[in-house]
Design a protein around this ligand. Sequence first.
Ligand code: HEC
Length: 151
Amino acid sequence: MQTADHDAQITASLNGVAYSSDYKNWKIISITDKYDGGSMRVVYANDIMVKAIKSGTIPFPDGAKIVKAVWGKQKPDAEGIVRPGNFQNVQFMVKDGKKYQQTEGWGFAKFDGFGLKAYGKTSLFDRTCINCHRLLVPENDFVFNIPTKNK
Ligand code: HEC
């Protein structure tokens, strides 16, 4: 079990988004399977995000957080069951309209591998994140994983 002490040893993302293992206590709102990329994902949302999803509050309020954790895949077993492989990365989107004005109010971060190394060579790495989210899901305040039945 990771602790706040452990979290503090993880270097924050260059755009200022800190790592926090607290997402493991949140609600799982979605799972996805990226067939071509060979990875499995679990998506967690904090209370503010869950409430906003339930009430259809878009854009999402400050304090809303959504996290996607990504694992590789093992080969299918004799029954055809595919289980997760190694942990690959964890990706954060944290809403703060003032702080992250350049990226539609979302603070993006990705922490790679078991060492949770912050992704990005400069603080501008987050523009590539928002560019794709902006292109594909502008109607959902740039969030893909919104359960279709959420009550
Ligand atoms: C080429 C397009 C693309 C880029 C670039 C991209 N994403 Fe995403 N992102 C997606 C798609 C598609 C999903 C939904 C599929 C899934 O969750 O497996 C997603 C989902 C997410 C989620 C879960 C919340 C949601 O929107 O459903 C987070 C968090 C996230 N991305 C963070 C990031 C971060 C951080 C970066 C930059 C380091 C990034 N993304 C770059 C396409 C992209």
